[in-house]
Unconditional design. Structure first.
Length: 318
C-alpha cells in the first residue's frame, strides 16, 4: 500500500486535534460524474475524520463521544465493505477486522451508558429504592468499562489504523484504478441494491418477532442506512430524505427492542460479578427485566408492521 502524502494525513490529524466535544459525521458531498474510486476515497476519509474528531471527547469522558466514535467505526466498516464490492479494489479485509476490534474496545462503555441513561432511568420512580443496590454495582462496572474505552483511544493501534486508512485513500486517488472508467453514479445503485437485498433476506426470517432475527435485520438496515447517507448527495434531496426518514424510524423501533435484550445481558454481567447483596440484586434485575420486556412486546409488534410497509417501498435510487 502506498504511503499517504502529507495533505491526506493533515485531514485526519486536523480532525483528531481540533475538538474535545462529541462530533457528528459531516455530510458526504459527492457528484455522479466522479470516478467510483474517488467517491470511495472521499467516503473513507470522511469516516476517518469522524473517528478522529471524537478522540478528545472520549478522553474527556463524554458519553456522546463514545457513541459517535463507535458510529464512525461502524460507518468505516460499511465503507470498507462497499469498497470490497468493487472490482479491482484494494484489499480491505484486515482493515475491516481492525475496525471491528477498535469498536469492541468501546462497546462495554456504550452498553453501560445506555443501560444507566435509558434502561435504569426509564424505570418507574416507585422502584427507586429497590434498584439502589443494582445502581451501585452497575456504577462499578461502568467506571471499569470507561477506563477501557479511554485506554482504547490512547492506544497506538488507533493512530496506526487512521494512518493506514489515509494510505488507502491515497491508493484510491492514484491513476490506474480498475474503476477509473466507471462513474460513481453507475456504481452506487449496485452497492445499494446489494445492501437492500441483504436486508430483505434478513427480513424474511423474522417470523413472529424472534429477537435474534430482529437484531440481524437491525444490523442489515443500519448498514443500508449508512450507505444511503454516503450516496444521498447523488440523488434528488427529497426522495433520499423521505427514504432515510422511514429507515431511521424502522431502526429506532428495532433498536429499542434490542435495548431490552442488551439489558438482560448487562444484568447477567452485573450479577456474575456482584460483591453486594445478591438476593436484592436478583430482585432488582427482575424488576428491570419485567418492565422493559413488557414494553418491548409492543415495540416488537410495531417493528413488524413497519418492516412490512418499508420492505415494499421502491428504492429511490431506481
Amino acid at each position: 500500500m502506498n504511503r499517504p502524502n502529507n495533505g491526506t494525513l493533515r485531514v485526519v490529524a486536523g480532525a483528531r486535534n481540533s475538538r474535545h466535544r462529541a462530533v457528528r459525521a459531516n455530510p458526504v458531498r459527492l457528484t455522479g460524474d466522479m470516478r467510483a474510486a474517488d467517491g470511495f476515497r472521499i467516503i473513507v476519509m470522511e469516516c476517518a475524520a469522524h473517528i478522529a474528531a471524537n478522540i478528545g471527547a472520549v478522553r474527556n469522558g463524554e458519553r456522546e463521544g463514545v457513541h459517535q466514535m463507535r458510529v464512525g467505526l461502524r460507518r468505516m466498516n460499511v465503507a470498507l465493505a462497499m469498497l470490497k464490492m468493487m472490482p479491482g479494489s484494494p484489499g480491505v479485509k484486515r482493515l475491516r477486522k481492525r475496525t471491528r476490534a477498535l469498536a469492541a474496545g468501546l462497546g462495554q462503555a456504550r452498553d453501560l451508558d445506555v443501560f444507566v441513561d435509558e434502561i435504569l432511568a426509564g424505570m418507574p420512580a416507585d422502584d427507586a429504592a429497590a434498584l439502589e443496590t443494582l445502581r451501585v454495582e452497575t456504577d462499578r462496572l461502568h467506571r471499569d468499562a470507561w477506563a477501557v474505552a479511554k485506554m482504547a483511544v490512547e492506544d497506538r493501534a488507533l493512530d496506526a489504523f487512521l494512518d493506514e486508512i489515509a494510505a488507502l485513500a491515497e491508493e484510491l486517488s492514484a491513476p490506474g484504478q480498475a474503476e477509473d472508467r466507471k462513474a460513481l453514479s453507475q456504481s452506487a445503485p449496485d452497492v445499494l441494491d446489494r445492501l437492500l437485498s441483504r436486508a430483505r433476506k434478513r427480513g424474511r426470517r423474522i417470523g413472529n418477532g424472534d429477537d435474534r432475527a430482529l437484531h440481524r435485520l437491525r444490523i442489515a438496515l443500519k448498514k443500508l442506512r449508512y450507505a444511503v447517507e454516503f450516496f444521498e448527495s447523488l440523488y434528488p434531496h427529497k426522495s433520499g430524505r423521505r427514504y432515510l426518514k422511514r429507515l431511521k424510524a424502522m431502526q429506532d423501533l428495532l433498536g429499542r427492542v434490542n435495548d431490552a435484550a442488551a439489558a438482560r445481558a448487562t444484568l447477567k454481567r452485573v450479577l456474575d460479578g456482584a460483591d453486594g447483596d445478591v438476593a436484592a440484586l436478583r430482585y432488582a434485575a427482575g424488576l428491570v427485566t419485567g418492565f422493559h420486556d413488557a414494553r418491548a412486546d409492543g415495540l416488537r409488534a410495531a417493528a413488524l408492521k413497519e418492516w412490512g410497509a418499508f420492505s415494499e417501498r421502491t428504492p429511490f435510487w431506481r
